[in-house]
Design a protein around this ligand. Structure first.
Ligand code: HEC
Length: 113
C-alpha cells in the first residue's frame, strides 16, 4: 500500500466520522418539541401528563420524573434502553418502538417542561 493510498484512506475515515457526527448534531438542532408532544401520548400512562412522574401506590412501582431533565440525558437514557445498555422491561419495550427522530423530539419536549 503506497503512502497516498494510506492518506486517502485516512481522509475517508475523517470525512465519514465528521459527517456522522454532524448528522447527530443536525438531528438535535432540528428537534421538534411539538412532534415530541404528540409522540408522548405513549409515555403519559407511566410518566404522567407532562412527565412529572408518579409515586409508588397500591403496589404499583414508582415512575421517574422526566420533565425538565437535560435534553442530552433524555436522549442517552432512551437510547440506552433501546440498545440494552440499560435494562428495564417496560422501557425496553417502549424504546425499541421509537425512531432516532422520535427520541430527539421527545427529549426536546420533556426538557422544555
Ligand atoms: C409502561 C410504563 C412506561 C412507559 C409507557 C414509559 N416509561 Fe419511561 N420509564 C418507566 C420506568 C419503570 C422507568 C424506570 C426504569 C429504571 O429503573 O431504569 C422509566 C424510565 C425512563 C427514563 C429514565 C429516567 C431517568 O431518570 O433516568 C426515561 C428518559 C424515560 N423513561 C422516558 C420515557 C419516554 C420518553 C416514554 C414514552 C415514549 C416512556 N418513558 C414511556 C416506565 C415507562
Amino acid at each position: 500500500m503506497g503512502i497516498s493510498t494510506v492518506l486517502k484512506w485516512i481522509a475517508t475515515c475523517i470525512l465519514f466520522l465528521s459527517s456522522s457526527l454532524m448528522a447527530a448534531d443536525e438531528l438535535i438542532t432540528k428537534a421538534d418539541p411539538e412532534a415530541g408532544k404528540l409522540r408522548s401520548v405513549i409515555c403519559i400512562g407511566c410518566h404522567g401528563l407532562n412527565g412529572e412522574g408518579k409515586e409508588a401506590v397500591n403496589g404499583q412501582p414508582a415512575f421517574p420524573r422526566i420533565a425538565g431533565q437535560v435534553q442530552s440525558y433524555l436522549i442517552k437514557s432512551v437510547n440506552d434502553y433501546k440498545n440494552d445498555r440499560r435494562n428495564d422491561p417496560m422501557m425496553a419495550a417502549i424504546a425499541k418502538g421509537l425512531s432516532e427522530t422520535d427520541i430527539v423530539n421527545l427529549a426536546a419536549f420533556y426538557s422544555s417542561k
